[in-house]
Design a protein around this ligand. Structure first.
Ligand code: ADP
Ligand code: MG
Length: 245
């Protein structure tokens, strides 16, 4: 089924009624979300809220039980992951997934083979490597890099496929406050260059630094959505997420 989303070019991603269960657990439950082109959206929520599963449904690593995913107005709900990458979706996984015995340069070569537009991507990737301090580490083995640089390498790899929508799942996990701030600044500048980004993050310092529209997930659903000020003053959000009584 290929239905256009009303031909609305301002909308890059839209999910309707997206649902996925594992056994008795409804990890994602009738989730409706709309992401505009050029947006930088933060997705937060307690552990087990379904954030990573939502990303898996977007990228095709899992198939939904119901609902659909529209990307650039086209129904990609059942498209295999590699075809979604070709259409411009890219994911940095929650857990670092790199090849320990490959150098930074070799990683980029591998990722580049999935690219739709080798010329077009180099700007973003070259800039990203430089911004994240990896341009001087091209010949180093991934396993020799500090944890933060491994996370950053993964972001560069996600960019190497030339995405229009970048999904980042907890990109600052295990980072120091300084590294977290650098990552937030990087994401803001990447977005300023036109990249649409959805970032899942636990670290409220990161979310405050980004300070854009926030979606709060809880039990697989959208629990709240709004500005940083709206979310931080929402008593229900504070109760479920920020751990207040
Ligand atoms: P979050 O990323 O918000 O922490 P997840 O999407 O990882 O949440 O998980 C949502 C729920 O789905 C959790 O209860 C988790 O245990 C369950 N879940 C996620 N992936 C699987 C899986 N592959 N098999 C079984 N249960 C899963
Ligand atoms: Mg997760």
């Amino acid at each position: 089924m290929h239905r256009r989303a009303g031909g609305d070019d301002a909308v890059l991603l839209q999910t309707d009624d997206l649902t996925r269960s594992f056994g008795g657990i409804r990890a994602v439950d009738h989730l409706a979300m709309t992401i505009a082109r050029g947006e930088l959206r933060c997705l937060i929520g307690p552990n087990g809220a379904g954030k990573s599963t939502f990303f898996s449904l977007l990228t095709g690593l899992h198939k939904p039980d119901a609902g659909r995913v529209l990307f650039k107005g086209e129904d990609i709900t059942y498209l295999p992951p590699f075809l979604r990458v070709r259409r411009g979706l890219s994911l940095k996984f929650q857990n670092v997934r790199i090849y320990r015995e490959l150098t930074v340069r070799q990683h980029l070569l591998v990722a580049g083979t999935a690219s739709r537009d080798v010329e077009g991507q180099n700007g973003h990737v070259g800039w990203a490597l430089h911004s994240l301090g990896l341009d001087h580490e091209l010949e180093r083995l991934a396993r020799e890099l500090p944890h933060s640089s491994q996370q950053w390498l993964e972001i560069c790899l996600a960019l190497a496929t030339g995405p229009d929508l970048l999904l980042l799942d907890e990109p600052t996990a295990g980072m120091t406050p300084e590294e977290t701030a650098l990552t937030a600044e990087f994401v803001i500048r990447l977005n300023a260059q036109g990249m649409t980004v959805i970032v899942v993050e636990h670290d409220m310092a990161f979310v405050r630094h980004i300070a854009r529209r926030i979606t709060v997930m809880h039990y697989g659903r959208v629990f709240a959505e709004g500005t940083l000020a709206e979310i931080e003053s929402n008593q229900d959000v504070r109760r479920i997420y920020l751990g207040e009584q």
